[in-house]
Write a protein that binds this ligand. Structure first.
Ligand code: NDP
Ligand code: MG
Length: 385
């Protein structure tokens, strides 16, 4: 077996996935790319496979299987398709770390398979912990599996905790850029367009998370993600808006000391740290210059206008399958907004309605999440019609 670290990237054609390939390409003596997977983008998957020469590729879309298989025939790359294949390839003995960069609920099942197979997880797919945080973290503990965060705020917290794992956390602050509609009133939000919502001020990301950032749902999902990653109580987690996105998050310890992690916004850094921890590898990423940022500012989020944030705190306190139902409603709502079937404000309205009208199953097992997800999607779909 190779001494290099075998990596599987689930969702290599996405925003995180493509940046992860850049990171891996920079350290050929350290990483061995084993698996890459795509949902529908077969052309990019083929291009990536020819360039990066993984051992295996998976295309989610079964209609595209033949095309990918034929294109990679002479490259000696194994090609599979469908959800089951996604779950099986992460179990390969050659894979050490699985980077979960799928978007949404689709990430849950392959992550469970990867943990069960004892693989280290570099977790970008926050929805997995939102949907089933207790279940996933318990499984990871039982299997002795580490979950390293890729999300920039959680990577920041994790970086602040290195060397401090024996010290209790008093509180964490997750920073939020505030998105493109920071400071907007409810009246102003009635008028906003899809194009405006897709323009994030500081980060270039996939469409779903970009909309989640504009509605503050992303920060709500991150609050739940943080609870599970760092084993916190809801009252230990706070959100602070920091429009410059330089301070990526903060930890407050029991002596009152606070540690923050800073840098220019660039997802390649947290992706790389999740793959190289506990080491830091030298990079050529642009460096932060204080003179370009004479003012770093902080303000409270507007929870009355951006209702998704409070909704996330509410489902976190409800426990059980409540967060799973919220996540499903939000995925349906964001997809409908991206198709211009509902307005910006209707996203939070739909989410609230589904949370209030879903049965919350406490102490859920895997099948309960599947059921809660499917019921919430069905109800949300009916409300949109
Ligand atoms: P993208 O939409 O850019 O990429 C998603 C990836 O998942 C693509 O490769 C896509 O394939 C694949 N995919 C989507 N649905 C399925 C499915 N049903 N089955 C198989 N594959 C699927 O998303 P991002 O990269 O922006 O985000 C990925 C995750 O990382 C999200 O959970 C997000 O919240 C999180 N994250 C992202 C950040 C960012 O900067 N982008 C920052 C922090 C967290 P294809 O395109 O081929 O269809
Ligand atoms: Mg984030």
């Amino acid at each position: 077996m190779s001494t290099k670290k075998g990596i599987a990237i689930l969702g290599s054609t996405g925003s995180i996935g493509t940046q992860a390939l850049e990171v891996i390409e920079s350290y050929p003596e350290y990483f061995d790319l084993q698996v890459i997977t795509a949902g529908k983008n077969s052309d990019l998957l083929i291009e990536q496979a020819k360039k990066h020469k993984p051992n295996t590729v998976v295309i989610g879309d079964e209609m595209a299987y033949k095309k990918v298989k034929e294109a990679l025939w002479e490259d000696n790359i194994h090609v599979y398709c469908g959800e089951e294949a996604l779950c099986q390839v992460v179990e390969s003995t050659e894979v050490h770390t699985v980077l979960t960069a799928l978007v949404g609920y689709a990430g849950l099942k392959p992550t469970i398979h990867a943990i069960e197979a004892g693989k280290t997880i570099a977790l970008a797919n926050k929805e997995t912990l939102v949907v089933a945080g207790e279940f996933i973290t318990k499984l990871a503990r039982e299997r002795g599996v580490n979950i390293y965060p890729v999300d920039s705020e959680h990577s920041a917290i994790f970086q602040c905790l290195v060397g401090e794992f024996h010290n209790p956390i008093e509180k964490i602050y997750l920073t939020a850029s505030g998105g493109p509609f920071r400071g907007f009133s409810y009246e102003q939000l009635k008028q906003v367009s899809l194009a405006q919502a897709l323009k994030h001020p500081n980060w270039s990301m996939g469409a779903k998370i970009t909309i989640d950032s504009a509605t503050l749902m992303n920060k709500g999902l991150e609050v739940i993600e943080a609870k599970w990653l760092f084993n916190l109580k809801p009252e230990q987690i706070d959100v602070i808006v920091h429009p410059q996105s330089i301070v990526h998050s903060l930890v407050q310890f029991e002596d009152g000391s606070m540690k923050a992690q800073m840098g220019l916004p660039d997802m390649k850094l947290p992706i790389q740290f999740a793959l190289t921890y506990p080491n830091r590898f030298k990079t050529e990423f642009p460096r932060f210059n204080f003179m370009n940022y004479p003012n770093l500012t902080f303000e409270a989020p507007d929870r009355t206008v951006f209702k998704n944030l409070d909704l996330a705190f509410k489902v976190m306190n409800m426990q059980g399958t409540a967060a799973c139902s919220l996540n499903a409603a939000n995925e349906v709502a964001v997809a409908a907004f991206l198709e211009e079937k509902i307005s910006f404000l209707e996203i939070a309205q739909l989410n609230e309605s589904i949370v209030n009208n879903s049965t919350n199953k406490l102490n859920p097992v895997y099948e309960d999440f599947v059921m809660a997800d499917s019921l919430a999607r069905q109800k949300a779909g009916e409300l949109i019609k």
